[in-house]
Structures are given as C-alpha cells and as structure tokens.
Design a binder for this molecule. Structure first.
Ligand SMILES: Cc1ncc(COP(=O)(O)O)c(C=O)c1O
Length: 383
C-alpha cells in the first residue's frame, strides 16, 4: 500500500469521529434519516397493499439497498446494467432493468436472465422485441418484459393512447420465449409540480391511464402487471394506486432540495449533505472561495435556486454563485461579507439540489448517526 493511499479517508477507519474530522469535499449520509425515509415508503405501500420495488439509481450501494428492501434483497429496479450486475453479484434477485433495453447489451441481459431467478427488461419498440427473439434464453427460460408506457412524462415509452402501444403489447405477449410481465409508466412529470395537490393530480392521471391501458389489454385477452412511480407521487400516494401491482420510486431514500420544493418532503427529511471548507477570501469581489466545485456537488440545479447551486445550511444569506472543477464562489445575497465569521478552514454544509447527481460525483459516502461517523458506503459506477 502506498503511503498516500493509507492517508486517504476512503480507506482509513474513522468510525466514532465527528463529521469535522473529514477531509472535504465529502458526501455525508445521515443513516437515521435514510432509515426513516425508507420505512415511511414501506409503510405507505404496505397500507395500500402494493408491492414496493425501490429504484437503486440514487445511491447505487448495497447498504442502502438493504435498507430499502427491508433486508430481503429482492424486488429492485436499476437504471444501468452495471447496477444490475453489481446487485446480482451480491445476492440480489428479482431485478428490473427499467431502461429501454439497449441492443449492445442484449447478450449480457440474456446471461443475467439465465443466471438469476428473475431478471426483467423493459422495451418500447418492436425492434427491441426482434432483438430478444434473436437471442432465445437457454433451458426454456422466458424473457420477462415490461412495456414502457408514456402517460404524459414525455421521455421514453409508447404513448398510452397510440394504437401501436396495444399492438406492441400483443406482439410481446404472443412471442414465443417472451412473457409480457407488465406495463411500466414513470411519472417524472411530477417534477414540474409544486405542492401535494398538483403531485396527486399527476399521480392520479398516470395511475388512471395505466390502469385503463391494462383494462384495454384485458379486453384482448392479455393480463399483466402495472407499475407507476416517482418520488413525488409515491411520497403522497393517491387511493387508486392501491389498484396497481407495483410502484418504483427511488430518490426518496435521500430526498434533496428539489424534492422539498416540489413538496415531496420537508428540508428536514433530506438525508445527505456535502461538506466543504472555506479556502480563500476575495474581498475585492465580496466572495469566499470553497473547496467544492462541480466535481463535488454537480451542476444540476443551475439557475433553479435563489441560493445558487445548493442551500448552504444555517446561512440563508449565502449563495453558491458559480463553480469551476474544484472551486466554488460564495457570496452574500445582500450586504458585505463579514470575513471574521468565515476564517479559512471554516466548514460549510451544502444541501444538494439533486441528490442523485451529487451522489454520482463521489466515490465513497461517509455515513453518520447524529454527527458521528459510523461507516462508509461504496457505490457502483458505470453503465
Ligand atoms: C424509469 C424510472 N423509474 C423510476 C425512477 C425513480 O423515480 P424517482 O427518482 O422520482 O424516485 C426513475 C427516476 O428517474 C426512472 O427514470
């Protein structure tokens, strides 16, 4: 081991130390809030009698996945094949790769389908079905396929009202070696909402359109599952969601400033922070320099907050105005900076605008309980 490696906090055991012992920038996770957020979601859907299939994309760690699945290591969604392999390699099963199945990865999906008890893929185009047909699974196994439906989100998926949608569902159901497992509608359009009423309007719309589509399939003799979700909709579920088979939220385990603005949660519920330190005074610009640039927090959220790229906890008058790779510029929203309050080395705490994007910037998450470090989580990366 190199000396430098020994000194890195990614390898050193810092358990029991305060957060201030960390080198910055550091991504820190409040494990008590993570558990609370996860438990609340479990309870929402136990009450409604709907299967919760949590998405792993926000954190991509084993530890958080264990918390979200209540230790079952079953029934998860992933957004990359790298996540699918990572979880499969660590004993997780019943994995849904909820991304329009990429043609360059069909072989690897086939291998996972042959290896796991249940590996499921998603598609929204007849060409993707042709790709699956070209690679029949061994030992009489079936491709388990979800049809991606666009119920107003406007990203991937066949439009719920298009005749091609029913035709594609029929084609999947009729293809030998392939099973139509369900219909999957992601309501990312809840991210345009402000407040519970608007969130529930979109949740209701997506639920109704998905259930209507499932009924349409029933009328042509096809039965399959249904799944909708997003963190806003699942944080405030509507009654009709009890008629769905599954829901698939993910971000809720961390939440973030964006979710608090949408109305999914309060700022108190946000479980993650980026710690940073003051590394420079710039009185000629009325600014501080901090050691967190876009590699520490991401550029997501640009222009969305009055406080810049993040919320600076405990300092409502401060704004993270701009960043380069390893530097951030902070200035007051009004008045001159009192530099005596921010000597070099001062620790500042950033609440991320979008925790999925911020977590992606960090090779290790420092986990704490009530401000004392209790461990480290290492996420998987890649596609
Ligand atoms: C296809 C899909 N399913 C589920 C989710 C989870 O939604 P959220 O991040 O709002 O919890 C996402 C998030 O982007 C997604 O893209």
């Amino acid at each position: 081991m190199f000396v430098g490696e020994k000194l890195q906090q990614t390898t050193v055991n810092m358990e029991g130390e305060p957060l201030s012992a960390l080198c910055t920038p550091a991504f820190v996770v409040d494990v008590d809030k993570v558990k609370r957020n996860a438990q609340q979601m479990i309870e929402h859907f136990e009450k409604l009698g709907v299967q919760l299939r949590p998405h792993m994309k926000t954190h991509k760690t084993l530890e958080c996945a264990d918390i979200m699945t209540g230790g079952s290591r079953r029934c998860i969604v992933v957004s990359t094949l790298a996540e699918a392999c990572f979880y499969a390699d660590h004993g997780f099963d019943d994995i849904l790769y909820a991304y329009s199945v990429p043609f360059d990865k069909i072989e690897r999906c086939a291998v996972l389908s042959e290896r796991l008890e249940l590996f499921q893929v998603l598609l929204d185009h007849p060409d993707a079905l042709e790709q699956l047909k070209k690679r029949p699974l061994k030992d009489g196994r079936l491709w388990h396929v979800w049809l991606k439906l666009d119920c107003g989100n406007g990203r991937a998926g066949v439009l719920h009202s298009a005749s091609e949608a029913v035709r594609l569902a029929q084609a999947i159901a009729e293809t030998e070696g392939v099973q139509l497992t369900g219909v999957y509608a992601h309501c990312g359009n809840t991210y345009n909402c402000r407040g519970v009423e608007q969130i529930q309007t979109v949740a209701q719309e997506t639920t109704s359109l998905t259930l209507q589509f499932v009924e349409k399939l029933k009328s042509v003799g096809i039965t399959c599952k249904s799944s909708i979700g997003s963190t806003p909709s699942c944080s405030h579920p509507v009654k009709d969601m009890s008629q769905l088979s599954e829901v698939h939220p993910g971000n809720y385990v961390f939440y973030d400033v964006q979710q608090s603005l949408i109305g999914s949660c309060s700022l108190e519920d946000v479980a993650v922070r980026v710690l940073t330190r003051v590394i420079g005074h710039c009185p000629h610009r009325n600014q501080l320099l901090i050691d967190c640039g876009w590699t520490g927090i991401s550029l997501d959220g640009a222009g969305k907050l009055p406080t810049g790229f993040a919320v600076i906890e405990g300092h409502p008058n401060l704004k993270l105005v701009s960043m380069t790779q390893e530097h951030g510029r902070v200035e007051p929203m009004s008045g001159p900076l009192d530099y005596s309050k921010f000597p070099l080395g001062t620790l500042l705490t950033l609440i991320p605008y979008h925790s999925c994007a911020t977590a992606m910037m960090h090779p290790v998450y420092h986990v704490h309980s009530e401000g004392r470090l209790v461990g480290k989580w290492t996420p998987t990366r890649g596609w």
